[in-house]
Design a protein around this ligand. Structure first.
Ligand code: C2O
Length: 566
């Protein structure tokens, strides 16, 4: 080959790679925004004057750079939910876990590579309850674009962000909840792309509309951004094919109902193959708590699928939603999904180095003196994993303490196993002594590249409930799920070690258990917590400290220069 063609070839190569991995930049101005919903005006915290916030779109392999400028009155962080943050733990975002918050008037640039994952994720604030309105979609397409997805290329893509709306100020509600030592008030409405829809008062104008063309295929990227509610989602007259969950491809799964826990995403293909007309899409609550559960709104959020040309003369058809306590439907959906095996994609590890057993659930603790409204006869609600109720550090983030080897910030003795008792069959009647939780900031340290298996077991201290457990920094394989007390011998028979679904958030069955496996290939400190925000505040959390690997390439680099300090 002559010089010129060698050069041309080299240039072609260079431009090929330049087009492959790009830098995607965004600026997030976080500040006040006035919105009208449910007949009332209210000031919320939002990004760039948009609610829901801006959709971020990248291709796998890109670098994402987001300058977050905090013009709000609150401390702020942004978490990129489901992003691995491989060797970029400093950009993960949970307040006081990986960083101190961005103070009002300050900014921080989150910078990370998006590699090895494709599909629908999302971003949200990770400070107190601010994620109620500070959230948006994060879409990762394959390097070559949508056509390279392992399913027929859709004609259109539509983010569907499910949320909750409170008439009251959420920060004030949160303060009240703490003083009472009880849960956060239930929301006043569920929302679809920020809109409650016309089953609620004054909401005809606040209804999301999706215009469709007969015969076209739509990729709906459904995200549950609600603070405290798992949701059923349906569209009248239409079926779905699930093709991915939590940005992990699944074998195609046909269903007319989707179940999605806070933190989870579900990608479905929907063909506009109904008779032209108007159809409601609806999101209604899945409440997994027993009869003693707290109150909730039982009105569906709705949007309207309108066939073009729009004909307003016919009222939309409403789908029949599952009853709020329809655990069989939820369980069928959650357990029927399997992962799509793709060459080059990690498969479930068969050898386990670290076996852990974590109980998850609510308990009770004596009211603290500062909880002035707390009912002293009833005690305050507290939540725990293995009887430890997580306390956030106050002076330095766990990740910074880990990196600097600082002492006294956290302990490395998060229990590997809980106290043993009948976890699920004695709702509300277990002795108080058993329910009382220790408070503490304890982590479990694991070696770089260790394979970890965790059995997550729900407890019935206060009431059984499906807890959506989210792990930062990793995807995990959902090896098995079931009801009752975990029995290793019986459970083993149901282990899927071939094509389990891959997730970052698992709804542990109410009064039941789930077994997950992941490879700790990402050095840093990684939060694991219930994605029902109220439960996180009660302490339903722990963290993994993953040690550095043997090389610079497998170690956590130092924090960026603008890293926020406390
Ligand atoms: Cu989506 Cu720790 O959160």
């Amino acid at each position: 080959m002559d010089m010129a063609s060698t050069l041309a070839l080299a240039l072609a190569f260079l431009s090929f790679f330049a087009a492959e991995a790009k830098i995607v930049e965004h600026t997030f101005h976080v500040g006040n925004l006035t919105q009208r919903r449910l007949c009332e005006e209210k000031v919320i915290t939002a990004v760039n004057g948009q609610f829901p916030g801006p959709t971020i779109e990248v291709n796998e392999g890109d670098t994402l750079v987001v300058n977050v400028i905090n013009e709000s009155p609150y401390n702020m962080t942004i978490h990129w939910h489901g992003i691995f943050q491989l060797r970029s733990a400093w950009a993960d975002g949970p307040n006081m876990i990986t960083q101190c918050p961005i103070r009002p008037g300050n900014s921080y640039v989150y910078k990370f590579n998006v590699t090895g994952q494709e599909g629908t994720l999302w971003w949200h604030s990770h400070v107190s309850v601010l994620r109620a309105t500070v959230y948006g979609a994060l879409i990762i397409r394959p390097r070559g674009g949508l056509k390279d997805c392992p399913f027929p290329e859709p004609d259109h893509e539509v983010p569907i962000l499910l949320g909750e709306w409170w008439k009251a100020d959420v920060v004030e509600l949160d303060n009240q909840a703490f003083l009472r030592g009880q849960g956060f008030n239930s929301s006043d409405a569920y929302t679809i792309n920020g809109q409650p829809g016309d089953l609620y008062n004054c909401s005809r104008k606040h209804t999301y509309k999706l215009k469709v063309v007969s015969g076209k295929t739509y990729l709906l990227r459904i995200i549950n951004a609600a603070l405290n509610n798992q949701l059923f989602f349906k569209i009248a007259g239409h079926n779905f094919t699930v093709v991915a969950v939590d940005a992990s491809y699944t074998k195609p799964y046909k269903t007319d109902v989707v179940v999605v826990s806070p933190g989870q995403t579900v990608d479905v293909l929907m063909v506009a193959d109904a008779a032209p007309g108007n159809y409601y899409m609806a999101a209604s609550p899945y409440i997994s708590v027993g009869p003693q559960g707290p109150p909730f709104v039982n009105i569906s959020a709705t949007g309207i699928v309108e066939y073009l040309p729009v004909d307003d003369s016919s009222a939309p058809v409403m789908p029949s939603m599952p009853p709020f306590n329809d655990t069989p439907t939820a369980h069928r959906f959650f357990t029927n999904l399997t992962g799509l095996l793709k060459p080059g994609k990690p498969t479930v590890p068969h050898r386990v180095h670290e076996k852990m057993f974590f109980t998850v659930g609510l308990g009770r603790n004596p009211c603290q003196p500062s909880q002035t409204l707390c009912n002293r006869t009833r005690q305050a609600i507290s939540a725990s994993m293995n009887n430890v109720s997580f306390e956030f550090p106050t002076t330095v983030s766990l990740l910074e303490a880990h990196f600097k080897g600082a002492n006294g910030v956290y302990r490395r003795d998060f229990p590997r196993r809980p106290r043993v008792f009948d976890y699920v069959n004695a709702t509300g009647t277990l002795p108080l002594a058993l329910q009382t939780t220790l408070k503490g900031t304890r982590v479990r340290t694991v070696k770089y590249n260790a394979t970890v298996e965790i059995v997550l077991q729900n407890t019935a201290f206060v009431g059984i409930e499906n807890h959506p457990m989210h792990l930062h920094g990793f995807n995990f394989f959902v090896v098995a799920q079931g009801f009752g007390n975990y029995n290793a011998t019986a459970a083993k028979r149901s282990f899927n070690l071939v094509d389990p679904q891959v997730r970052n958030t698992i709804g542990v069955p109410t009064g039941g258990w789930a077994v997950i496996r992941f490879v700790a290939n990402n050095p840093g400190v990684w939060f694991m917590h219930c994605h029902l925000d109220a439960h996180l505040e009660f302490g339903l959390a722990m963290a993994f400290e993953v040690e550095n690997g043997p090389t610079a390439d497998t170690s956590l680099p130092p924090p960026p220069p603008d890293f926020p300090t406390c």
